[in-house]
Ligand binder design. Sequence first.
Ligand SMILES: Nc1ncnc2c1ncn2[C@@H]1O[C@H](COP(=O)(O)OP(=O)(O)OP(=O)(O)O)[C@@H](O)[C@H]1O
Length: 272
Amino acid sequence: MTFFAVSGLTMAFGGLKAADDVSFEVAKGEIYAIIGPNGAGKTTIFNCINGIYPPTEGKIIFRDKNIRGLSPDRVARAGIARTFQNIELFSNMNTMENIMLGRHLFMKTGLFRGGLMWGKKSFAGKEEIQNRRKVEEIIDLLELQSFRNKMVGALPYGIQKKIELGRALAAEPELLLLDEPCAGMNAEEKQDVIFWIKDIQDELGITILLIEHDMNMVMDISNRILAINFGRKITQGTPQQVSMHPEVLKAYLGGDDEPDLPDPAQKEHQQA
Ligand SMILES: Nc1ncnc2c1ncn2[C@@H]1O[C@H](COP(=O)(O)OP(=O)(O)OP(=O)(O)O)[C@@H](O)[C@H]1O
């Protein structure tokens, strides 16, 4: 079975091909990163995968089905969740309520209404209790207990990013798309995110497709990497292979100078 594959994906905005004949495959259980300079087309690929843009050409295969052109809601129902580059939370709702929004795919009654309107023994009440239980599991997993009832607008940036991750997990995805999970974070917060992502892979068995500018993080966390520039694939491979590719070095440095990319081989050596 093909778990996830993109083949010949092209997304044109007028004369500009933001994604140009991009193909790659992600195996179940891996952490797969897409890297590239600003404007390379990374977010466009995510937007095509989760149905925000209908691709101009190509196929997007998830569990053997072509999901190209499905609406974001249907893509989510198929098992693909996403976080965004800029935090997309409801700042005047608390942590629990924001994560609960990720459960809407499973709700037959309206959000938060079940327990209130129909009593605990009704179908709506049971559904509400079940959803709240799942949300509590996520709050425990991400260690968000002390923020459960706090309005998210007032919480630190790193915590808000974690709540957004929690909301995506609430949809119980098989594939999780993370768009720059470390953007705007300090070194300690980034370490935290790396820890959670590895945990999500190991403990929940969720496959992760990641966009990230922080090369240290990408090299540390990814099983494989796709490098793109000007909408086109440069290369794909292990962190070691990709970090040594001359076109990747050129794309990042604009020349053939000594690269500033971390050396995964050295990291492995240090860890040994
Ligand atoms: N809706 C749109 N309409 C027109 N052009 C777009 C649209 N979305 C993206 N683009 C263009 O497509 C190109 C790729 O943009 P995209 O946001 O995918 O790059 P990116 O690699 O995610 O960049 P960054 O790292 O800065 O987020 C850019 O030139 C961008 O201006």
